[in-house]
Design a protein. Structure first.
Length: 167
């Protein structure tokens, strides 16, 4: 969530909630940088978006707000549509994933809060066991580390499987 007081870009509709966001795919060796908080049992990516920002501007701001570091380089690697049920409502999220290199020589430090105002923590999750010990989203995140074409993912929590195709 944005630490500057702006709300993340979410739109409540009669059938549920639409969410637009960007996410940072940040890796170090075989580990992926993930976020956790006391209210959720799962891990998730650094990211978000607020009204009026480009995806690149949102990415740079969110990474700095949530890790204290600057983006050194960012490359669009995936677009995902995710349909799920959370906190009593159907959700439809569209997310742009960017492979991110952080400024060198510094460690990320958690500096943000979740939607409930609780402090978030950062942790390095092993890529080889991603999501095994604790649910981690999105499940395809390890596939995005090594490069390749920009991919389009569609996930549905109410239907097994994952659709994916290069864009």
């Amino acid at each position: 969530m944005s630490g500057n007081g702006d709300a993340d870009l979410r739109l409540d509709l009669p059938g549920g909630r639409f969410i637009f966001r960007v996410a940072a795919v940040i890796s170090r060796g075989d580990d992926l940088l993930m976020v956790s908080n006391p209210a959720d049992d799962h891990l998730y990516t650094v990211g978000g978006a607020v009204w009026g920002e480009t995806t690149e501007a949102a990415l740079a701001r969110e990474v700095e707000e949530e890790t204290g570091l600057q983006v050194a380089r960012a490359e669009l690697c995936a677009v995902a549509e995710d349909f799920f049920h959370e906190r009593g409502a159907d959700q439809h999220e569209v997310c742009f994933y960017y492979r991110v290199a952080l400024e060198p020589g510094r460690e990320p430090t958690a500096r943000s809060v979740n939607l409930l105002g609780q402090p978030e923590s950062l942790l390095w999750a092993p890529r080889h066991s991603f999501g095994r010990d604790r649910p981690a989203y999105p499940p395809f995140l390890p596939e995005l580390v090594d490069g390749g074409p920009i991919r389009h993912y569609v996930t549905r929590s109410d239907a097994p499987g994952l659709e994916t195709k290069p864009i």
